[in-house]
Design a protein around this ligand. Structure first.
Ligand SMILES: [Zn+2]
Length: 197
């Protein structure tokens, strides 16, 4: 079994990924009877109180993926138009920690957010205009567009879907959770290849 730091992937009843929950929230969902079914692997076994009637200690088995009852109407309606909040940890993970100009891999601290069309040229701070860049490439590019700086962009930036964003937010994502999320990525998603890197 795993330690309690592993996050549980919560889905709705239809199996649509919703969010990561910690073990306390997962146990609460089990307690409230909101877990319709679970899949994935057994993450941990939590011991509860002693039942007055039977004198036995209750036990809750928490799995790595839990489907909860009730639908998230807002999310299911707007899923197609969902735009996740832009932040550097998710951006760097989207780009597999590779600089999108020189192609080298860097640690988080050595990466930066590059605006393909610079803000000074009315570029926007949105997923489709930002890429991961090492500090050296970003400094070299400065306030220019790639073609002005004679730099080639290695991949076209894209807005992650909801399922992709859940993956990007995950910490220590387990293999079965990864596989589950990947099944919800668009088939054409660049994430499939980047996950192999
Ligand atoms: Zn670089």
């Amino acid at each position: 079994m795993y330690d309690l730091h592993h996050q549980v992937l919560r889905t709705d009843v239809s199996g649509m990924p919703l969010e990561w929950v910690n073990y306390r929230d997962a146990v609460r969902l089990y307690h409230l009877g909101q877990v319709a079914y679970s899949c994935g692997t057994l993450l941990y076994r939590v011991r509860g109180g002693i039942c007055a009637r039977t004198g036995r200690r209750s036990r809750i088995d928490v799995n790595s993926i839990i489907a909860t009852s009730g639908r998230n109407e807002l999310l299911s309606r707007d899923r197609e138009h969902y735009v996740p909040p832009l932040n550097n940890p998710a951006l760097f993970k989207r780009d597999a920690h590779l600089c999108m100009y020189c192609g080298e891999r860097f640690r988080h601290g050595d990466l930066s957010r590059d605006h393909v069309t610079p803000l000074s040229q009315r570029g926007e701070d949105v997923w489709t205009n930002v890429v991961t860049a090492c500090r050296r490439c970003n400094n070299h590019k400065a306030g220019r567009r790639p073609e002005e700086a004679c730099m080639e962009l290695l991949a076209v930036p894209f807005t992650p879907t909801h399922a992709e964003y859940i993956y990007l937010q995950g910490k220590r994502v387990l293999a079965d959770q990864m596989e589950f999320l990947r099944a919800h990525f668009p088939r054409s998603s660049p994430m499939h290849d980047r996950l192999k890197m």
